[in-house]
Design a protein around this ligand. Structure first.
Ligand SMILES: NC(=O)c1ccc[n+]([C@@H]2O[C@H](COP(=O)([O-])OP(=O)(O)OC[C@H]3O[C@@H](n4cnc5c(N)ncnc54)[C@H](OP(=O)(O)O)[C@@H]3O)[C@@H](O)[C@H]2O)c1
Length: 265
């Protein structure tokens, strides 16, 4: 198997991050895993090590802590392995009206979804640029494509990730670092429960997919140097239709689905 260097993956203990870690291991990357839960990370590291000749390490960190991105970057560099890939996967959602959701929680979400990827990327870009070929994989969301009632800050944070990712790609064009944004639709993970979206579970079960096909599509797009990928045929069609419709119609349709299910106060 080709040795592609090491990928640092945030939020790798479960859900999409764990699936990305295994898919990257399958594709020849060593993995450096970060999340809060040590036992879950250890289990993912063990599974990854079985796929890539033992090249899996992990560390625990709470990325809500403002010092954590600097510590994680320092830890990754101290491993003395060639870092060739950064996967900015960590993120969370919060569902509800902007005025009802606690300000502090929304600010923490902004930190996790935007500040953490920006800081980690800024700190690790110098080593990525030294590699003959390197990748940044940023996990955005289909919510990046439309304003949405009940998801105001989350959707905006994912629009930020998408635009930042594409802008960074333009700045790095012609160099060794390729930047890819992933815009998944619903994925069946712990995300909905953490976001307080239990009332949407039936829809997620009906239209969502497991994290594995999303991870596969994401890594394939990354290795092909794509700017952006929407995993899954139904999601691709939906995104293409959204591109054809006026913003006001997209916003009404997207919001209606979520507004209808938001539990009344
Ligand atoms: N699920 C969806 O429907 C969906 C759709 C589109 C985009 N996305 C995006 O996909 C990404 C992954 O989501 P997911 O569905 O896999 O969510 P998930 O199942 O909730 O997993 C989140 C991961 O992030 C880690 N994490 C959360 N808070 C953390 C913190 N403060 N410090 C360190 N690690 C932390 C969690 O591990 P610990 O708890 O062990 O720390 C876990 O490994 C997110 O950026 C999300 O916005 C998800």
């Amino acid at each position: 198997m080709e040795d592609r260097g090491y990928a640092l993956i945030t939020g790798a203990s479960q859900g999409l991050g764990a699936a990305l870690a295994l898919e990257l291991a399958r594709n020849g990357f060593g993995v450096l895993l970060v999340a809060r839960s040590g036992p879950a990370l250890e289990s993912v590291a063990r599974q990854a090590a079985a796929l890539n000749n033992g090249r899996a390490r992990f560390t625990t960190a709470d990325l809500f802590n403002p010092n954590a991105p600097a510590e994680i970057a320092g830890w990754a560099l101290a491993q003395e392995v060639p870092i060739t890939c950064l996967v900015n996967n960590v993120g969370q959602g919060l569902w509800g009206f902007f005025s009802d959701l606690p300000l502090h929680d929304q600010q923490r979400m902004m930190l996790l979804n935007m500040d953490v990827p920006v800081e980690l990327t800024h700190r690790l870009l110098p080593v990525l640029k030294e590699a003959p070929r390197a990748f940044i994989l940023n996990i955005s969301s289909m919510t990046a494509y439309s304003a949405m009632a009940t998801f105001a800050v989350y959707a905006a944070s994912k629009a930020f990730v998408r635009t930042w990712s594409r802008s960074l790609r333009l700045e790095l064009a012609g160099g060794p670092v390729s930047v890819t944004a992933v815009c998944p639709g619903s994925i069946i993970t712990g995300f909905t429960e953490r976001a307080g979206m239990q009332a949407m579970d039936d829809l997620a079960q009906k239209f969502g997919t497991g994290p594995e096909p999303v991870a596969k599509a994401a890594v394939r797009a990354m290795l092909r140097h794509k700017a952006e990928v929407v995993p899954g045929l139904l999601n691709k069609i939906t995104a293409a239709l959204q591109g054809l419709m006026p913003d006001s119609l997209n916003e009404r349709v997207a919001s209606a689905i979520y507004l209808k299910r938001l539990p009344k106060k």
